[in-house]
Design a protein around this ligand. Structure first.
Ligand code: MG
Length: 333
């Protein structure tokens, strides 16, 4: 197993829980058994191990012993192996992961970041004109009152779109409860992470109040079993990179769905190799809800033209064998 460092510049700086970053760093991981395969480890501190920890883990990794790797390193290693195995069987990755029928595309949501109400409405309108049927508004940077004006403006701008909200854990219980009451008549499908990740009981309290509750950060804090036990979510946001691999993300999606919780697959703003893999994971889930996979434009440069481009609000599924066309970092040289 070989790994090669990469750095991809972000189109705009990204503020994470850990710091502000201007590039996505990681490693392209390659294997040559059973045939050539390529994976991507793109750590995002706050969600995964650091870049240095990832580098160390990959350097010492034994391809037969990947279970103990930290999440991004494991994602890179497992994806390289899955890519090789799918190529060896001459099927696209999503079919190797278990989907038996051909899937041409999966729906994705547009993400609209913080801005005033009228700019929010303009961005939502633009997304709908591009063909997105689902729009996710990022909330929590303003007062609840100002955010509610944005939700109202978004709903007016896109009466028929699915509307999702993501508060990124910024509210306290009282604010979250007021938000749930206030958006209940705006046909919002869910509020993602209204409360901090550690407050599982608080999320359980918010469930059933007229708006769906989605957990993103919380799933990593508590694990799936605790979330199911607490009945703390209607939707789970699954990031293959942060979960430790496409295989784990898909298994989690299947278990969640069996428990009546809707899975949504998203990237961690990864390069094209991991992004394509997340699209394959989504394609492996029958009738998947719109996913957070339209993130290629957040990078100012990438390894290659998008292997799973978003057209009219849907990510196109690569149909060639394996994950993407590339089998080694040299393909991007
Ligand atoms: Mg989120």
């Amino acid at each position: 197993m070989n790994s090669e460092y990469f750095s991809l510049p972000l189109a705009e700086p990204l503020t994470t829980a850990a710091s502000e970053i201007t590039e996505r760093e990681g490693f392209l991981v390659s294997v040559d058994e059973p045939t050539a395969g390529l994976g991507e480890a793109c750590p995002l501190p706050g969600w995964t191990e650091s870049v240095d920890e990832c580098r160390r883990a990959l350097r010492e990794a034994d391809p037969d012993e990947i279970a103990g790797l930290p999440p991004a390193a494991r994602h890179g290693a497992v994806l390289a192996l899955l890519d090789a195995e799918a190529r060896a069987e001459d099927v696209p990755l999503y079919q190797y992961l278990g989907r038996e029928t051909r899937v041409d595309s999966v729906p994705v949501n547009a993400t609209v970041g913080d801005a005033d109400a009228s700019t929010t409405a303009d961005r939502v309108s633009a997304a709908v004109s591009e063909g997105f049927e689902s729009v996710k508004l990022k909330l929590g940077a303003r007062s609840l009152g100002a955010d509610l004006e944005r939700v109202h403006a978004a709903r007016e701008a896109a009466p028929d779109a699915e509307l999702r909200l993501d508060a990124n854990g910024t509210w306290d219980r009282e604010t979250a409860s007021r938000a749930v009451d206030a958006v209940a008549d705006h046909d919002v499908s869910y509020i993602e992470q209204p409360l901090p990740a550690d407050d599982l009981a608080g999320h359980a309290t918010l469930c059933g109040a007229g708006v769906g509750i989605a957990l993103d950060e919380g799933i990593y804090e508590h694990g799936l079993d605790a979330v199911l036990e607490a009945e703390a979510a209607d939707t789970l946001i699954l990031k293959p990179m942060a979960m430790g691999g496409p295989d784990i993300a898909l298994e989690t999606a299947v278990v969640a769905r069996g428990a009546g919780i809707d899975p949504v697959v998203t990237t961690t703003i990864d390069g094209a190799v991991a992004r394509a893999a997340a699209v394959h994971v989504a394609a492996a889930i029958p009738d998947v809800s719109p996913c957070g996979l339209a993130t290629g434009e957040l990078l100012a440069a990438d390894f290659q033209p998008d292997p799973a481009p978003v057209e009219a609000g849907r990510a196109q599924i690569p149909q060639r064998a394996g994950n993407t066309a590339a089998t080694s970092p040299a393909d991007y040289a």
